[in-house]
Design a protein around this ligand. Sequence first.
Ligand code: SAM
Ligand code: SF4
Length: 476
Amino acid sequence: MKFYPEKCRIADESMKPFIDADELWEHLNSARPSKSQVRDIIAKSLDKQRLNLSEVAALCAATDPDLVEEIKEGARQLKQRVYGNRIVLFAPLYIGNHCVNSCEYCGFRADNKEQVRTTLSDTDLRQQVEALEDSGQKRLILVYGEHPKYYTPEFIAHTVREVYGVKKGHGEIRRVNINAAPLDIEGFRTVKEAGIGTYQIFQETYHPDVYARFHRAGMKRDYAWRLTSLDRAQEAGIDDVGIGALMGLYDWRFEVMGLVRHTNHLEACYNVGPHTISFPRIKSASGLSIPDEHFVSDEDMVRLVAILRLAVPYTGMILTAREPAHVRQQVMQFGVSQIDGGTKLEIGAYSQQDTDAQDLNREQFKINDDRTLSDVIDDLVSHDYLPSFCTACYRLGRTGEHFMEFSVPGFIKRYCTPNAVLTLTEYLEDYANPTVRDKGYRLIDRTLGDIDDANNVAEIRQRIQRIQRGERDLYF
Ligand code: SAM
Ligand code: SF4
């Protein structure tokens, strides 16, 4: 069994497959933590130190209900202490659902003859973006099937530029992220030049044999090419990457270990961990029929989010509209920092009025939170969460913003909270209905009331007034 270094820069480990399934299982199987060990691990995380693999395995092994509650409480405290109540909002935009792969869990898989295939033309794309801007979105993630018809770095870069180019009224998209299949280094470079934010690729499962079982055809069969994709992204200069595992293909504990191992690898080789971690659960999809033995219960979902929060305290965590609103609400308190709102997966649906009913034959999978962005924001502000459309760090070149939030004293009060307030003000002025507007401004007052630096508050209030007089895109 190989033990890979978890820290220090070891350049020759970069670009190499770094998962040793036996190693991860050995950690999990040998973990028999006492109560006091679990408490020490939680305390270590609350002391802002990243956990190592054996500590994460110990948290996964803790099943005593009281200890599980303590882990959740630790995650809740960490989230509150480090990140406060901000939630960053975004929307996914599906560009095309042609696909040469046959991932067994996905409605877009090539052998699914029921799926209606489409790719957005430039005109369609602009229409979708206008509709998204009309609802108040500022951050998008573009999602693509994998097909030679359009899956090239140039095509991806072109769509990114098109999106940035659409401005309607006060609307504009200020950050375009990507969720797409792996590229080579040159391809990543081409996409970077278009000004992307995060490049997100989910490994689906970190276990090579399980991976092989679910990916029998198409280019995605190559586990190692996918596993090392974000190394190539780093080599191409994209230091803002998102990792993820599709929960339900294999034991969630193993996937949590895989995600942490991936994080360690990126830190060790590139001195920067992933910007975000995602942990989508499998949802029903057109013609889906896969074994449910590893499907993750709501209870375990909360556990895994809490464990990940403690394991990698300075990484953004994303929870999408795959989950119903009540699960999202529950999980948000344990560490999720980004959610999507107003999500529609059917290609071209954002500009259509009557797409309430989901048609699985036109979508990748079923979403379970189909509330409008306005309803999501209403719910967030009603529960004292501060919605944020902030894109300041990325635009000012402040990469590693989560790390700064975490490690630079006062960073959140100086930058993140004010920027959340300013972008929320824009939303309230331009898109909110009277009820949300009223609730939103009351939340802003409460938020500013909690900032003790009077100069800072005065500066933020001045900028709020400038936004109310018509200026836009003010940030710290
Ligand atoms: N085609 C690209 C790829 O496979 O990398 C883009 C990603 S795919 C469009 C987006 C992600 O959706 C996948 O990586 C997978 O984790 C997730 N996904 C696929 N089928 C799903 C399902 N039935 N339920 C939930 N998530 C699913
Ligand atoms: Fe294609 Fe991605 Fe779906 Fe696999 S997950 S079938 S690659 S769209």
